[in-house]
Design a protein around this ligand. Structure first.
Ligand code: CA
Ligand code: CA
Ligand code: CA
Ligand code: CA
Length: 340
């Protein structure tokens, strides 16, 4: 990295202004995350590297602030399809407050002299000066106002909850690391019920069970709210046993401490918007929008809803007391939204 610094100084002397060199040997997030190791460790673990980075999808302001980055090229449907994986990573600021003050969600940020570290099962780019002889870490905001990629829709049996009692009560282990490819990515799951709480290392994990597969533990995952800006105490106010959600979104993180008896993945919600309790246009209440809902909708076509407290069974989606083409347009919007 000293070469880059020298090159930068040379370019400054020649041009009279700072011109950041292109990071020629910079790795992509995919280069760092993709792993065939059974425990999922990064092949770059321990190395000090430059990274072309990605778009900030979440910024956590705590004692050691974090950025969560997506590589939108890997996620590009034309490159790897809608479910492009190994495409997100977390950056942790060990200078405590300050380093990322000017970084905003939607910025594309590249990094240099950051250390790849597997910490408790999650791959971090550590923004630190571990040794006085090391090169100083840095970053460049390449562009701003990039759109944040949609979360990847996954089935619950792709990110299954850990199993208890492998080493005794209070020990929790996943059966395999198949879900590793989703680490630090934003994911979306549908139609779930909270069936358990107060588990895991910090007693703050809750179980999201598929409403359609209530008795199959493979169709459940763990979630936590510690990164949620709207939490009160350990949990978001929506979180209680029996609560149903049509959609939950979050950042997928691994937490591993084999000595203490843990190896699990958790979906980390980030704000109230990550929870959807009802799906608009879902007129029969099963969290999807399909032909059955259209059957309900058509029953109320051109009906007036002045005296109907249920607003024509929910068909008056635009809530102007009549069911007409405005509502149909909105209905179709949500119908199509569920088909991709
Ligand atoms: Ca991992
Ligand atoms: Ca990883
Ligand atoms: Ca429905
Ligand atoms: Ca209407």
């Amino acid at each position: 990295m000293k070469k880059v610094l020298l090159l930068t100084i040379l370019m400054f002397l020649l041009s009279g202004q700072w011109v950041l060199p292109v990071l020629g040997d910079a790795l992509t997030i995919f280069d760092i995350q993709y792993s065939t190791d059974p425990d999922g460790s990064s092949p770059k673990n321990g190395e000090v590297i430059d990274c072309v980075g990605g778009v900030v999808v979440h910024k956590r302001i705590e004692s050691k602030p974090r950025l969560i980055l997506y590589d939108p090229i890997i996620r590009d449907v034309n490159v790897q399809g809608d479910a492009g994986c190994w495409s997100a990573i977390q950056v942790k600021d060990w200078f405590y407050y300050g380093s990322f003050n000017d970084v905003a969600v939607g910025d594309w940020v590249e990094f240099y002299n950051v250390t790849v570290e597997e910490f408790r099962g999650t791959t971090f780019l550590q923004y630190w000066l571990d040794n006085p002889d090391d090169s100083v870490p840095g970053f460049t905001i390449v562009s701003s106002n990039n759109s944040v990629p949609d979360p990847v829709k996954v089935n619950l049996n792709e990110i299954t909850s850990p199993v208890e009692d492998v080493g005794g009560p209070g020990d929790w282990y996943v059966n395999d690391h198949w879900a590793e490819k989703y680490e630090s990515m934003r994911l979306e799951i549908k139609d779930v019920v909270i069936t358990d709480m107060d588990n895991g290392k910090a007693d703050d994990n809750y179980t999201l069970q598929s409403a359609a597969e209530l008795n199959d533990p493979n169709f459940s995952c763990w979630a936590a709210d510690y990164m949620n800006v709207d939490k009160i105490g350990d949990y978001h106010p929506y979180v209680e046993i029996g609560q149903h959600f049509c959609t939950v979104r979050g950042i997928f993180e691994q937490y591993t401490n084999l000595v203490e008896g843990w190896d699990y993945y958790q979906l980390l919600t980030t704000d109230t918007g990550d929870f959807l309790t009802t799906q608009p246009a879902d007129l029969d209440g099963d969290c999807d929008v399909d032909l059955l809902d259209y059957g309900h909708f058509s029953q109320y076509w051109l009906a007036e809803c002045y005296s109907d407290p249920n607003l024509c069974g929910g068909a008056d989606i635009m809530t102007d007391d009549v069911v007409n083409t405005d509502d149909l347009g909105e209905f179709v919007y949500y119908w199509l939204d569920g088909t991709n």
